[in-house]
Design a protein around this ligand. Sequence first.
Ligand SMILES: [Zn+2]
Length: 195
Amino acid sequence: MQRRNFLLMAGAASLIPASASGAAGRRIIALDSHGAEAEWSITGQPDSGSLARVEAWIAKSAEAVATYYGKFPVPRVLISVEFTNNRRRVGGRAWPSDPPRLELSVPMNADETTLMSDDWVLVHEMTHLAFPYIPSRRHDWMVEGLAVYVEPVARIMAGHMDARQMWADFVRMMPRGLPAPGDRGYDVTQNWART
Ligand SMILES: [Zn+2]
C-alpha cells in the first residue's frame, strides 16, 4: 500500500464528454445527500462496462468521504478520467482550488476488484478537497499526512474496509516517516516518507 500521489501522464489529449447524452454531453454523479455532485469527463476509449465501473467507483469513494465529514467537502467537483494502457494501477491528483477538480488515470481494463475493493487513491484524493489549497510545498506534510490518515478511517466508517487492516498498515508504514539523522523537520525535509 504505497499511499502517495501519482502524477498523470503528461500530454493528455483534450477532454471529451463521458456521455453523449444530455445537451452538453455532461455526466453527473451525486456525491452525497446534500446536493454535492461531480461532473466528469474522459479521455481514452473505454467500453461501457469500464464507464459503469468508474462511475460506481467515484460514487463509492464519495460515500466514504461524505461519511467521514458529514457531507462531501465541496458542492461541486470536476473529475477528468484518463483511461490508459500505460499503467496497471489507479493514479490521481487533487486540485482543491477554484474550481475544485480531480485528475484520475485508470488502467483501460480495470476490473471490479481494482476499483471497488483495493483502491484507496480516489478516497485519498477526495479528502484533499477538504483542505485549503496551499501554493507552498512547505506544508505538504500536513496536506498529505491528513489525507493519509483520513482515507482509511473514512473507508472503515463507511464499511468499506476492515479496521484491522488499517492498524496493520499503520504499524508497518508509519515508522518510515520517523526522522533520519540530519532531518531538518517537516517543513524542510520533504522526502516521500517524511511527507
Ligand atoms: Zn495526497
